[in-house]
Structure formats: structure tokens, C-alpha cells
Ligand binder design. Structure first.
Ligand code: SAM
Length: 345
């Protein structure tokens, strides 16, 4: 669990309220960009507390918008705050905050999906992977259409120890649609157990901290929001390359409601599919009649380890793509026509 940090370690000078900033700069939320703002500073303080102790920390806030969470981060007494905001309309309001905390804030007008985090922080903050996490935190309330692809990208970065994790086990506190938060933390047997549960939990300690009701945002989104905290694990629970784990997990969850062997079959070409599926499941000691959501992390680990061995023995296996095979079969069938014979032209 993230140690609750102290907020209000630094006092900002009197500033216009977030509501006044929104009015002053005419920052109408753009529905097409899923912009929903938090104006209640008690709530933004509560989110920032989940990150842990931020006094003298280096923080990157993604999507600061009108700056509610930004104020809470500054009040926590951070050393440096990097703001990455895609929408240029917010930059003047953020500059007011930057002037209120001289020398602490760096504003980048850019897209977090392409921003290179490798050079975002000073080199001296780097820690060995096995050490305590570095004094670097990522915090953000992003649109859901950005936060889900972003966490997948960052999980891959955790696995490869690059991007923001070049500095060590950088912690993240991010918001998601409530159901996505539940998927990220779901245990075996839970209805919400999914690809995201395995991908996140094999690489990080994931904590679903609390839920913010939709009505706390302006304008109110259709859904409630989960605040989720991630700390990368020293030892991933599955010690295989990200792409391999992703392939196995994606295949298993392909047929959510069916027995798990149905999805696992799709890892293998038609020729020898049954035999290889049996071999994988037996060696990994996984009951083929379990449903995907019932599999434990250690069962996923066994499946990945055995699949890895099979790929090492037959390297054509890893590049095999079930969907391509289906497409190819469909094409052949339409070329042959319904008779199974080539059509006469
Ligand atoms: N953090 C503010 C708050 O809690 O009130 C704003 C939240 S609003 C849901 C999301 C913010 O992320 C907006 O300011 C939006 O412009 C910004 N944003 C959206 N996509 C982004 C991206 N790819 N990179 C950086 N910022 C982005």
C-alpha cells in the first residue's frame, strides 16, 4: 500500500481559484477530448496523497488541464514538477502556477504518448532496480481513451526498464474508468479478471485506492473514476519478454467464457494444434477446463515458461498469428468457391 504522504508542505501564494482560471482563460471542457475537471482541492489533495511522500520529490503530472491536481502536488512540497499538457489553451493558466512556485515548474506543451521520459529527470535520481523506488512520481488524471493505452505502454516500459523506468521503479498514481480500475486489480475467479489484470499484476503492485463519483467532475462524465497506484516489482512474477507474455495472455482471454484451452489452441498452427495444446497444458500443469478468469498468476507463469521453451525449439511458433491463418483460410475458400474446386472464369 502506498504510504500516505503529507500534503500542504509548501504554501502557494493567494491565487485565483480553479473555477476563476477556467473563466479567465475561457477553458471550456472539450467533450471530444473527454475533458472533465476536478475543482475541489480536498479531492485533488486526496489523489496526491496516494502517491506517497512527495516532499522534495520530482514529479511528472500528465494532463494538468486547469491545474487542480497541480496545486496539490506543489503544496506537497515537491522539488521539481514537470507538466505535460497537450491542449495549448491550458498553458497560460499553468504559467500562473509556475510563477507562484518559482523555479519548480517546467511546462511542456506536448503529447504524453510520444513524449520521451528517458531524459525528463536529473540523472542523479537514478536508483538500481533492486533498490527502493527513486524519488520520482508520475501522477495524472487523463482522458480514459489515453490512460488505458498509456498504462499498457508504461507496463512494457517497466518490463524493459526503459522510458520513465530508466530511473528505477518509478511509481505512478493514475485515474481510470472505475471498471478499468477493477480489471487492473482483479483476483482469479473475479468477473473483472482480464488481460489487463495479468499484464499489470505480473509487473507491479497495483492498488485500487478509491473511487471518485462522476459528479465530482465538471462536466460530469458518464462513469465513476478509480484512482490506481502502481509500484513496479523488483522481480516480475512472469520472467519472460513482454511480447511473449502479452501473446499468451491475449490468446487465453480470447474466448473469455469458454474453457481456457480454446484460447490456448490459437497459439499454434492448425497442423499439430491439438497435440501441441495438450503438450503445453500438461507440462504447465493447467486444467484445460478452467475458464480464463479462473487461472492464477502462477498458472500464467507456467504457461508462458512452457510456451517459451516450445518457441525456442521451433522459432516459427512465436511469429505464428492465428488471425492471419483464419484470413488465409477464408481467402483460399473464396478462391475455390463453394464446390471446393477452383472457380471457372
Ligand atoms: N488534470 C486535470 C483535472 O484533473 O482537472 C484535467 C483532467 S482532463 C480529464 C485531462 C487532461 O489531459 C486535459 O487537460 C487534456 O487536455 C489532457 N490530455 C489529453 N490527452 C493528452 C495527452 N495525450 N498528453 C498530454 N495531455 C493530454
Amino acid at each position: 500500500m502506498a504510504a500516505p504522504g503529507k500534503v500542504a508542505a509548501f504554501r502557494l501564494p493567494p491565487l485565483p481559484t480553479i473555477g476563476e482560471i477556467i473563466k479567465l482563460f475561457r477553458l471550456k471542457a472539450l467533450k471530444q477530448l473527454s475533458q472533465n475537471f476536478l475543482l475541489d482541492l480536498r479531492l485533488t489533495d486526496k489523489i496526491v496523497k496516494q502517491a506517497g511522500e512527495l516532499k522534495n520529490a520530482h514529479v511528472c503530472e500528465v494532463g494538468p488541464g486547469p491545474g487542480g491536481i497541480t496545486r496539490s502536488i506543489l503544496s506537497a512540497g515537491v522539488e521539481q514538477l514537470l507538466l505535460i499538457e497537450k491542449d495549448a489553451r491550458f498553458i497560460p493558466g499553468l504559467q500562473i502556477l509556475s510563477e507562484a512556485a518559482p523555479g519548480k515548474v517546467r511546462i511542456v506543451h506536448g503529447d504524453i504518448l510520444t513524449y520521451k521520459m528517458e531524459k525528463a529527470f536529473p540523472k542523479h535520481l537514478k536508483k538500481n532496480w533492486e533498490d527502493e523506488p527513486p524519488d520520482i512520481h508520475i501522477i495524472g488524471n487523463l482522458p480514459f481513451s489515453v490512460s488505458t493505452p498509456l498504462i499498457i505502454k508504461w507496463l512494457e516500459n517497466v518490463s524493459k526498464r526503459d522510458g520513465p523506468f530508466i530511473y528505477g521503479r518509478t511509481q505512478m498514481t493514475l485515474t481510470f474508468q472505475k471498471e478499468v480500475g477493477e480489471r487492473l486489480t482483479a483476483n482469479p475467479g473475479s468477473n473483472q479478471r482480464s488481460r489487463l489484470s495479468i499484464m499489470a499484476q505480473h509487473l507491479c503492485t497495483v492498488e485500487n485506492c478509491f473511487t471518485i463519483p462522476g459528479q465530482a467532475f465538471v462536466p460530469k462524465p458518464e462513469v465513476d473514476v478509480a484512482v490506481v497506484h502502481f509500484t513496479p516489482l523488483v522481480q516480475p512474477k512472469i520472467q519472460q519478454p513482454f511480447e511473449l507474455v502479452e501473446k499468451v495472455v491475449q490468446s487465453v482471454f480470447q474466448f473469455r467464457r469458454k474453457y481456457c484451452f480454446r484460447g490456448i489452441e490459437t497459439l499454434f498452427p492448425e497442423n499439430g494444434r491439438l497435440k501441441r495444446t495438450e503438450q503445453l497444458m500438461m507440462t504447465a500443469d493447467v486444467d484445460p477446463t478452467l475458464r480464463p478468469f479462473q487461472l492464477s498468476m502462477s498458472q500464467f507463469r507456467n504457461l508462458c515458461n512452457v510456451y517459451r521453451k516450445m518457441c525456442d525449439e521451433d522459432p516459427s511458433l512465436f511469429v505464428f498469428n492465428y488471425r492471419d491463418e483464419l484470413r488465409q483460410k477464408k481467402k483460399t475458400r473464396s478462391l475455390l468457391g463453394s464446390t471446393g474446386q477452383p472457380e471457372q472464369t
